[in-house]
Each structure stands twice: as C-alpha cells, then as structure tokens.
Design a protein around this ligand. Structure first.
Ligand SMILES: *[C@@H]1O[C@H](CO)[C@@H](O)[C@H](O)[C@H]1NC(C)=O
Ligand SMILES: *[C@@H]1O[C@H](CO)[C@@H](O)[C@H](O)[C@H]1NC(C)=O
Ligand SMILES: *[C@@H]1O[C@H](CO)[C@@H](O)[C@H](O)[C@H]1NC(C)=O
Ligand SMILES: *[C@@H]1O[C@H](CO)[C@@H](O)[C@H](O)[C@H]1NC(C)=O
Ligand SMILES: *[C@@H]1O[C@H](CO)[C@@H](O)[C@H](O)[C@H]1NC(C)=O
Ligand SMILES: *[C@@H]1O[C@H](CO)[C@@H](O)[C@H](O)[C@H]1NC(C)=O
Ligand SMILES: *[C@@H]1O[C@H](CO)[C@@H](O)[C@H](O)[C@H]1NC(C)=O
Ligand SMILES: *[C@@H]1O[C@H](CO)[C@@H](O)[C@H](O)[C@H]1NC(C)=O
Ligand SMILES: *[C@@H]1O[C@H](CO)[C@@H](O)[C@H](O)[C@H]1NC(C)=O
Ligand SMILES: CC(=O)N[C@H]1CO[C@H](CO)[C@@H](O)[C@@H]1O
Length: 456
C-alpha cells in the first residue's frame, strides 16, 4: 500500500471502476504467433457476462482478442469489445448491422486500463451506449497494451499512448477481426463510420489518413471530437505561456508523451522524467497499474517538476512527434471535426489561438493542402463556443449523431468537397452550463474525493 496524503493506494482502489479485477480473460491466446496476419480473431467471447457492467437493457456485448500491427509493423495481440444493438433500424438481416468504429480517449497506459473491462465501458451514455441504443454495433478497440498486457512469451506490450498510426491500426484490425468473428452480423462491406474523442480523436484522424492508403470497405466517414494534432506542440506552446488556463492541465500530458516515446523507442527509457517522476512512476503508477483519473492524484501535485528542461529536444521525442502527427497529410473524408472553444481552447486543447498547436492552425494548413493538392476531400470543422473537453461530446451530440446515422443509412447528401469552418453558440450563451473539463454524469455523484470510482 502507498500513502497518498490521507489515502491508501490499494489494488482494490485501482479496480473500483472495473467490471472484474480478474484479468485472466485478457491473456494472449497460445495460438498467437508474430507471423500471423493482422485482423485475425484469436479468441472470441460470444456473450460477455454483464453483471458488473452498466450496459443498458436490450444491448449485449462480446469481446475479442485479435491481431494488430504496432507502429513498427510488428504483429501483436490486442482486445476489443463489440456492443450489439437490440435490433438495427431498419432491421435488415441480409445487410448486417451498421457499425460505429469507436476510438476511446485516454484511459491510461497499463493492462487494466482497457475500457472493455470498465463497468461503464469508459464513455457510457456519452457514446457507446447511445450508439448501441440507436441501432448500431459499436466496435471498440482497447488499443494495444490495454487489456492484453503481454505476448504469450511474457514480453510486456506497452501501450503507445496517442501514437496515432498504431492506435489507427488497432481500430482497423478490430473491425476486420470483428467481421471475421461475427459474419452473421457484420458483413465484409457493411457500412461504418469511425469516431473518436481526445486520444481517440487523434486515433480516428490517423484512421481517416489510413483509409486514404489502405481503405476498409464500407467506410462512410469519420467524426473527430476534441482531437489534438500534436501533443508535443501543445506542450511547447504551454511552456511558452504556462499561466494560460488551458496550459496547466495540458502540461500533465508530458507524463503520457514520455511514456509513449518509450513504448515506441524503448532505448529512450523515460529519459525526460525527473528523478521524482521516475520514482512515482515505478513505485506507484506502474506498480499499482494506475489508470486515469486516479493517475492525476500521483502526478498532479508535481506538475511543475515532471520533466527535465529541454526533454522535448531529444531525437526520440522528435521522431515520435513526426511519426504521430495527424492533420498534415491526405485523408479520406468526409470528416466532421468537432471541438470545444471556451476562450480559445477546450480547456486542454487549443482551438483558435494563434499558436502552432491550435486545431485551427492545423486545419488551415490541411485545407490549403486539400485545395492545392486537388484531394477533393470534405472536412467540416465546427467549434462549439463555451464548452470544454468532455462536455463538447454531449453539447454537439445532435449534430454528430445525425451525421453518423445519415451516413450509415446511405441517406446523407453527397458531402460538399473542400473545407468549411463554422462556429456554434449556445442559444442561452452557455454561461450557465457545466464548465468542468470532465463530464457531468450520474457516476460523478460519487464522493468527489473518491475519483478512482469515476470513469471519465
Ligand atoms: C462482479 O464483481 C464481483 C465483486 O467484485 C465479483 O466477485 C464477481 O466475480 C464479478 N462478476 C463477474 C461476472 O465478473
Ligand atoms: C516475444 O513475442 C513478441 C511478439 O511475438 C516478439 O516480438 C518478441 O521478440 C518475443 N520475445 C522473445 C524474447 O522471444
Ligand atoms: C485460436 O484458437 C481459438 C480457440 O482456441 C480459435 O477460435 C481461433 O480460430 C484460433 N485462431 C487462429 C488464428 O488460429
Ligand atoms: C437490406 O440490405 C441489402 C443489402 O445491403 C439491400 O439490398 C436491401 O435493400 C436492404 N433491405 C432493406 C429493407 O433495407
Ligand atoms: C537522479 O538519479 C540518478 C541515479 O540515482 C543520479 O545519478 C542523478 O544524479 C539524479 N539526478 C538528479 C538531478 O538528482
Ligand atoms: C520541485 O523541485 C524542486 C527542486 O528539486 C523542489 O525544491 C520542489 O519542492 C519541488 N516541487 C514539488 C511540488 O515537488
Ligand atoms: C530545445 O530546443 C529549443 C528550440 O528548438 C531551444 O530553444 C531550447 O533552448 C532547447 N532546450 C534545451 C535544454 O536544449
Ligand atoms: C472565459 O473567460 C472569462 C473571462 O476570463 C471567464 O469568466 C469564463 O469563465 C471563461 N469561460 C470558460 C468556459 O472557461
Ligand atoms: C468523502 O470521502 C472522504 C474520504 O473518504 C471523507 O473524509 C468525507 O467525509 C466524504 N464526504 C462525504 C460527503 O461523504
Ligand atoms: C462564460 C463564457 O465562457 N462566456 C464566453 C462565451 O463565448 C464568448 C465568445 O467566445 C465569450 O466572449 C464569452 O466570454
């Protein structure tokens, strides 16, 4: 046990948001080999026992372990859940279910931080329950390293946080594997839309770029909610103006970036961490496999001392930043990008500030490439005024949900090619609505000091 102020960090506390503290289901199947094709199901749980989940009545769930590719093109085992609707609308037994390919936001970096084992699947009614209730099958990768924590030979699989090409592979191969595992419900060319929020917004952005190179059949577009083009640029901008309201929470991303660089380039070995951060990392964060938001209890108090000055100049960090940059290359549309704009940022990700990490800086450059390059792709960007990082999901729900349903029902008007940038303002100004970065939801009614009982 580790003392954190008046708290004791225990295994039970670390599993408070989980359906099960027994992770044996996630052991990599013995028939996994590194020479397999990606997108192959290795283990199929037809019907997940929902006793400890908050999944709405009518929906059902399956889990799979499947093969994916990491950032270096190596084959790895990874897990995903599939949330099944009660029935599709309109029910069509011959065409199979329409699919929402859902990329979750940051949950953590360790094996237990797999949303498929969270009581609420992490995003509950904000996304997966909503889509399932609307008649879509939700195919949701946990991402490599979350869920399946090691290869059969015992080598740890580290989760490459926000490493968009790898996270996008996990999305693509989860869908391919789900189609292979459930051919009675999911057709090889069934219609699907990709969606993601935050880290998942980056993953989905990378997925739309992947679709331009190696398309999966049935693709009808991508929704990006609160994506970040470049976390390293966010840190650099935050360090230039560390008192900006958005800069303070965004500086905590340093812990995750350095961990991701190490996951992709192990020789980097967390070199950017101070000794204090390394101590907390190894003796608490890693030892107890702590997930978000509990991890904020560990690193929040030392946010000013997390990293060594100039850490972002290391060659491995620069290589990671280049590898994972999204929004700088050809993509397959249509793409709907939704972002919160509360005084220029969503509280963590800059939106229209005149800095290199702002969403609109990336978008303006991308739109220029789209036009000059004759790509003819559709990118619709909508900034929601006065809403922050999580609340923007629900503030914009009627827009993106209609968009998704029209795409998979084939009823959408042909998207206008090129870019558009719009702004939406609350009828009532937004002054009186929820302002926290985190969602405001039923589960938040736990005692506010017991943050490990939440999922974001
Ligand atoms: C549900 O949670 C309880 C309490 O943690 C546990 O004993 C039980 O095994 C779990 N059931 C399933 C199906 O995971
Ligand atoms: C263990 O398996 C992984 C994945 O197949 C492979 O990349 C790695 O080289 C293996 N390690 C050893 C020590 O055999
Ligand atoms: C691995 O084994 C499982 C069950 O043991 C089987 O369903 C699956 O098809 C196998 N996959 C491969 C690629 O051999
Ligand atoms: C069901 O799907 C098939 C194959 O996509 C399509 O030909 C047929 O029109 C659909 N039927 C209905 C009722 O939507
Ligand atoms: C960090 O720890 C290492 C190994 O214990 C030590 O050599 C180094 O001097 C420490 N660095 C600082 C800045 O204290
Ligand atoms: C940050 O590091 C400095 C120098 O090592 C130390 O004096 C200070 O107490 C640390 N601050 C926190 C919040 O740990
Ligand atoms: C890191 O690089 C930036 C510019 O790229 C430079 O201003 C800064 O001094 C460098 N920091 C260190 C510690 O090398
Ligand atoms: C925007 O800034 C104003 C003035 O500083 C502040 O009152 C307001 O709460 C901020 N809005 C949000 C959503 O943070
Ligand atoms: C919340 O939990 C803390 C720590 O366990 C406890 O001290 C406090 O009394 C609780 N507050 C409420 C309102 O239950
Ligand atoms: C309360 C609040 O954040 N109000 C802001 C809403 O957005 C407008 C336009 O961006 C700002 O001027 C308000 O300050």
């Amino acid at each position: 046990m580790l003392r954190l102020g008046h708290l004791l960090l225990t295994r039970a506390l670390c599993f408070a948001a989980h359906a099960s503290s027994d992770l044996s289901w996630y052991e990599a199947p013995d028939n996994f080999t590194s020479t397999q094709q990606p997108g192959v199901p290795l283990k199929i749980e037809q019907a997940t026992d929902l006793t400890n989940y908050t999944v709405p009545g009518g929906l059902s769930m399956s889990r799979i372990i499947y093969t994916t590719l990491d950032a270096h093109g190596r084959v790895l085992p990874a897990s995903a859940y599939i949330l099944w609707p009660y029935h599709a609308l309109p029910a069509n037994d011959t065409s199979g279910y329409d699919v929402a390919l859902w990329a979750h936001g940051t949950s953590g970096v360790f094996q237990p931080c797999a949303p498929s084992n969270y009581r609420s699947l992490q995003y509950h009614f904000m996304v997966p329950y909503l889509l399932g209730n609307q008649g879509m099958a939700v195919v949701a990768p946990d991402y490599a390293g979350l869920g399946v924590g090691s290869s059969p030979n015992g080598t740890q699989i580290r989760h490459p946080w926000a490493t968009s090409p790898a996270n996008a592979n996990d999305m693509a191969f989860a869908l391919t594997a789900a189609r292979a595992a459930f051919p009675q419900y999911l057709k090889p060319n069934g219609l699907f839309v990709a969606l993601g929020h935050s880290q998942g917004g980056r993953a989905a952005w990378g997925f739309s770029e992947r679709q331009a190179i190696s398309p999966l059949a049935g693709y009808r577009g991508t929704v990006l909610i609160a994506p970040a083009g470049s976390p390293v640029k966010i840190i650099e901008n935050a360090m230039e103006d560390p008192t900006a309201a958005w800069a303070i929470p965004s500086l905590t991303l340093q812990t995750l970036i350095i961990d991701a660089v190490t996951a992709v380039y192990p020789s980097y070995n967390w070199a950017g961490y101070t000794n204090q951060t390394l101590d907390i990392y190894h003796n608490a964060f890693e030892r107890y496999q702590v997930c978000l938001p509990t991890s904020n209890l560990l690193f929040g108090p030392i946010v000013a001392n997390l990293t060594n000055p100039g850490w972002q100049n290391a060659s491995e960090v620069k290589a990671w930043a280049d590898l994972t940059q999204v929004g700088n290359k050809r993509f397959a549309g249509p793409v709907l990008l939704i972002a919160g704009n509360a005084n220029g940022s969503d509280g963590i990700i800059p939106y229209d500030l005149p800095i290199s990490s702002a969403v609109l800086t990336t978008v303006n450059e991308l739109c220029d490439m789209n036009e000059k390059g004759g790509w003819d792709q559709s990118l619709q960007v909508v900034g929601f005024k006065n809403v922050t990082h999580f609340p923007v999901i629900q503030a914009s729900e009627n827009m993106w949900l209609d968009w998704v349903k029209q795409r998979v029902k084939g009823a959408a008007p042909k998207p206008r090619t090129g870019c558009s940038i719009e702004s939406v303002e609350a009828f009532r100004g937004g002054k009186d609505s929820w302002k926290s970065l985190a969602p405001n939801f039923l589960v938040d009614w736990v005692n506010a000091t017991l943050t490990w009982e939440y999922t974001l």
